[in-house]
Write a protein that binds this ligand. Sequence first.
Ligand code: GDP
Ligand code: IMO
Ligand code: MG
Length: 426
Amino acid sequence: MGATVIVGTQWGDEGKGKFTDLLARDMTTVVRFQGGHNAGHTIVVEGESFALQLVPSGVLYDHITPVIGNGVVVDPGVLLKEIAMLESKGVNTSKLRISGNAHLIFPYHQSLDALQERHLGKNKLGTTKRGIGPAYADKSMRTGLRVQDMLDEKIFRQKLEVVLHQLNPVMARVYNKLGFDIDEIAETFVNEYRPKIEPMVTDAIALVHDRLEAGDEILLEGAQATFLDLDHGTYPYVTSSNPTAGGACVGSGVGPRYIDRVVGVAKAYITRVGAGPFPTELFDDVGEHLVDVGHEYGTNTGRRRRPGYFDCVMMRYARRVNSLSELGITKLDVLDDLDSIKVCVAYEHEGERLEDFPYHQTVLHNVTPIYETLPGWKTDLTSATDRSELPTAALDYLTFIEEQCGMPVGLVGVGPGRKQVLDFQA
Ligand code: GDP
Ligand code: IMO
Ligand code: MG
């Protein structure tokens, strides 16, 4: 037994939460390995919807130990609210564990995120303004505070003082804003949050490896997606962590030889929130239709998601950088009413056909998608429970994707509900 990794293959919101919940059925442990509360993972069980930001999507099962890994950036206030929300809905969160090495998000990270976006003006990235970038920047600068630092007030204050000594003059002189008060932050983090967070803090490496050595299969849950990856995405329009499969190793402490399956989650079309290039973006009625039928508004920011056609060039790249073993396709049902469906199979750039995703930003910004048009199925798929119930045109759409992207489709979502999934490998 080993580890299964779930990653997003597009620009996020592919349905990673739903597939994590599904696969967690047969696991003991689910580790979130990067990102923070910029994520919004939705699980719908018997009509009830759970929107998770920090708590791993396996939490709905009593048998799962959900772990927030070292690669995650944690705002403890948000985490505590999420736990309270889950408990109020009858979910038992007592098994939740947090790596003591996960970094903390402070109010100044959130302020800096908003200020930096404002200063970028028309070049802004469209971040979630949750402080993610500034928190990871502090981690790289080695001035970040970790969850374990909250457990010792003396150390917490010492480290925070170093940060504020540098930050407060910047707030005043660059941004013309008031600085941050160490006593106020210490009061909130040490006095208010610490007693509730401390019982959950653990040595996550020992926990996860004990499980692996006992023969358990564990799940590593990614947030964001391949094209938002700091190294492999459409930089600078990316997030500040590594949502690709390599990030799963770093952010959980599980070495690559344990990973035996990498599931890439993709919508049957594409959406993107925030700024940045998007070759197959739609500005027409089909795009409006996808937004309407797919309810394409951010799970926690409420922003409208930009819609587009499925892009096999992106998917081939995602297959390579994640070593995907299979694709999990969600929202096939959102295409139910379309007469025909376009799929991007290559890009055209200055008369040249590109099969590979261009590494150069200037090229990417100037490509034109080359489409093949497939017939729609004009059938409601939402009650399908088995592959054999899909109309030929829907099966052909999936087969076309498999052939173009060079990997099998394993799971197919035909609705938001936990049961609205077809297992193609069964
Ligand atoms: P994540 O961030 O990757 O976990 O995805 P989100 O939860 O942000 O967005 C996916 C949205 O699609 C959620 O509202 C899900 O409930 C919904 N969803 C997931 N799978 C399906 C599906 O197969 N069909 C439909 N119609 N909705 C789905
Ligand atoms: P899940 O896990 C979709 C996007 C933001 C912005 C960029 C950088 O639900 O798929 P950040 O706040 O991370 O610095 O913003 O990344 N973004 C997401 N888009 N789904 C997400 O998470 C996202 N998390 C960040 O919109 O473009
Ligand atoms: Mg989401």
